[in-house]
Design a binder for this molecule. Structure first.
Ligand SMILES: NC(=O)c1ccc[n+]([C@@H]2O[C@H](COP(=O)([O-])OP(=O)(O)OC[C@H]3O[C@@H](n4cnc5c(N)ncnc54)[C@H](OP(=O)(O)O)[C@@H]3O)[C@@H](O)[C@H]2O)c1
Length: 341
């Protein structure tokens, strides 16, 4: 009888483990390990989370990566951490060998920290000018940085923070780089989220804070900024840019830092986490795929409302409104004070 007390939990645990492993296979993994030597990738928010894991994977394949981050110390720490694991672009096990810094200063792969605060137009303009002067032939811009906060915050130009950083900051950045992006046919990768499917664009209050009602369960400003990302990629694609948009899935990163979960949240959340939550490295596969391998076809592309989920082109289930997509572009142009073709 007592044996059952051991066998049943062990059996249940083993079954849960196997199901989870099968589930992880469904998340997808980039198998292409070909060299990216001489290719330059710009990643916003590369110091942590999905941006960091994307940078790490690209460096492993000998790419040059520009770490576009608001905090230079964090950017340098991220670079140092990748260098500790990497030697000549090959991953070496932690503690196995001291990194040979000479190989990084004399030959690719290169990791370059560059200051970019997406909550400030001045910072975005300074970053774009520096990038164009020093790396005018980059191959891919990855608009990854993003945040979710619970309360009212604004950017330097007084835009509600989610709209200002997640959407408008990247919109301005991409517009300032558009000439070199066009010239080099660079890829533009937009990190959106499936949360866009729950959102709409409130044009009456565009860029303004609206207090949530007590019944709201998700962050309307965040969801709306992710829909703005989706529309941005849609219009970029339609204007002839090599645009790719994705959802990384629910990932374990620093993203929820503003939420301070209580112990019972972890208990309540654990079944959802077991089924949905992926590591930053697993989620980043979607970004890496879009930055290197993803192909937009005549049918499956951002213009036709497809985004990459689990490394596959997937039709959005959101209420995608063509007129809102076009209008958001023109309204965003007005807000940044420049045309973007
Ligand atoms: N994690 C998820 O479950 C999930 C799901 C769907 C979509 N996403 C999207 O994935 C992207 C990356 O998120 P993550 O999960 O990796 O979150 P994360 O770990 O919090 O990383 C976010 C990055 O964005 C940077 N950032 C924030 N505000 C910035 C600003 N004003 N200027 C420049 N950089 C700024 C952060 O810099 P600091 O470190 O200096 O703050 C950090 O490097 C976001 O666009 C997010 O919306 C995430």
């Amino acid at each position: 009888m007592s044996l059952y007390y051991i066998l049943i939990p062990v059996g249940v645990g083993a079954a849960l483990y196997v199901v989870r492993k099968l589930r992880e296979r469904h998340f997808g993994w980039v198998r292409n390990a070909s060299s990216l030597k001489d290719r330059i990738f710009v990643i916003t928010g590369a110091n942590t989370g999905l941006g960091y894991e994307t940078a790490r994977a690209l460096v492993q394949r000998h790419a040059t990566v520009i770490f576009a981050c608001r905090n230079m110390q964090k950017a340098q720490e991220a670079i140092d951490s990748i260098r500790k694991e990497t030697e000549n672009g090959q991953m070496v096990s932690r503690g196995n060998k001291q990194p040979n810094y000479d190989t990084f200063t004399t030959s690719p792969p290169s990791q370059i920290p560059m200051e970019l605060d997406l909550a400030s137009f001045d910072s975005i303009k300074a970053f774009a000018a520096k990038l164009k002067a020093e790396y005018p032939h980059f191959d891919c811009l990855i608009n990854n940085a993003g945040l979710a906060v619970k309360t009212e915050h604004y950017t330097k130009e007084n835009f509600e923070l989610h709209f200002g950083v997640n959407h408008l900051g990247h919109f301005l950045l991409t517009s300032l780089l558009s000439d070199v992006i066009k010239q080099n046919k660079s890829r533009v990768v937009v990190v959106s989220s499936k949360m866009h499917e729950k959102a709409s664009i409130d044009f009456e209050n565009l860029g303004k804070w609206v207090a949530p009602t007590p019944r709201e369960r998700t962050n309307r400003h965040y969801n709306s900024s992710k829909l703005a990302n989706f529309y941005f990629a849609k219009e970029l694609y339609r204007k002839g840019y090599d645009a790719h948009v994705l959802c990384p899935g629910l990932c374990h990163t620093d993203f929820f830092r503003d939420y301070n979960p209580k112990w019972y949240h972890y208990v309540l959340f654990s079944p959802i986490a077991w089924w949905y939550l992926r590591s930053a490295r697993q989620g980043a596969q979607n970004i890496i795929h879009c930055a290197t391998d993803n192909v937009n076809t005549a049918e499956k592309n951002p213009g036709n409302d497809y985004l990459v989920v689990n490394l596959k082109q997937t039709k959005s289930k959101g209420q995608i409104r063509e007129e809102d997509s076009v209008r958001l572009w023109t309204e965003s142009e007005k807000l940044i004070g420049r045309n973007f073709d």
